[in-house]
Design a protein around this ligand. Structure first.
Ligand SMILES: Nc1ncnc2c1ncn2[C@@H]1O[C@H](COP(=O)(O)OP(=O)(O)O)[C@@H](O)[C@H]1O
Ligand SMILES: [Mg+2]
Length: 254
């Protein structure tokens, strides 16, 4: 087994406040790992550090064995790290298709510089990538709609498609089913299981039924630190986790 993504003593301070600290984290290639924890635990901050949206104040990050601690976000995307945002991040006035196309174009531009593709083959290639990404999330039939006109659930799936259009090796999903109807949750659950067969997936989510059902393993963050890690069964029965988190919240019925 080889770790695709690893952190050593990773930390992020905002002034005196440590939003993340002492995070030693490792995820294997092909794994579906959930990151859970109460609001304010530092989950989004952690994903921002992994994806290069924020710069750590301590520690290191390694992707496929190479240090990427301070590598710029777009360069991480080019290497294969993609993040879908907690709040769907789409261009509302562009079409669904164009949103994906722009992501595919931004990603492949790095490759064109190496002349892996002739410019004439570029547009067809970008269109194919955009189409495949939309098909994966079951949105291709809505390709010509204005992104801003999609339902909340479809917008969030478009956000995943935009991430997929960058051809990631590892996909970071921050609360992909937040605010979705039960029907949309079921559809997205199915989608994520399918994606997990093709790539490594890290997912932050509060829906415990979903998390316990789809994860290979779970990391629990609490006050910016790792509180526990294990299989869904281990996390469910952990006294430490129950005391710190699961016991006192709605998320407790697991
Ligand atoms: N840019 C920032 N400046 C100051 N504090 C921040 C910033 N981003 C996050 N925080 C703080 O860090 C803590 C963790 O936030 P976050 O990572 O969003 O938690 P989670 O996603 O687990 O709910 C919170 O207390 C939040 O207020
Ligand atoms: Mg968050």
């Amino acid at each position: 087994m080889s770790a695709i993504l690893e952190t050593k003593n990773l930390g992020k301070r905002f002034g005196a406040f440590a939003a993340n600290s002492e995070i030693d984290f490792s995820v294997q290639k092909g794994e579906l790992r959930a990151v859970i924890g109460p609001n304010g635990a530092g989950k989004t901050t952690f994903f921002n550090l992994l994806s290069g949206i924020a710069d750590p104040t301590e520690g290191e990050i390694y992707f496929q064995g190479e240090k990427i601690t301070h590598l710029a976000g777009p360069r991480r995307v080019a290497r294969g790290i993609a993040k879908a945002f907690q709040t769907a991040n789409v261009y509302p006035d562009e079409s669904v298709f164009q949103n994906c196309r722009l992501a595919a174009l931004a990603h492949t531009q790095g490759l064109f510089k190496l002349e892996l593709f002739r410019p004439s083959s570029r547009d067809a290639n970008v269109d194919t990538i955009a189409r495949e990404a939309l098909e994966l999330v079951d949105l291709y039939e809505m390709a010509n709609l204005r992104a801003g006109d999609l339902s909340h659930g479809d917008k969030k799936r478009l956000d995943i498609a935009v991430a997929l259009a960058t051809k990631p090796q590892i996909l970071l999903l921050d609360e992909p089913v937040a605010g979705m109807s039960l029907e949309e949750v079921a559809k997205t659950d199915h989608l994520i299981r399918g994606l997990a067969k093709q790539m490594t997936v890290l997912i932050i989510e509060h829906d415990m039924n979903m998390i316990m059902g789809i994860s290979d393993s779970i990391t629990v963050l609490h006050q910016g630190k790792i509180l526990a890690q294990g299989t869904p069964a281990e996390i469910r029965s952990s006294k430490t986790v129950q005391d710190a988190y699961l016991g006192g919240h709605d998320e407790g019925h697991v």
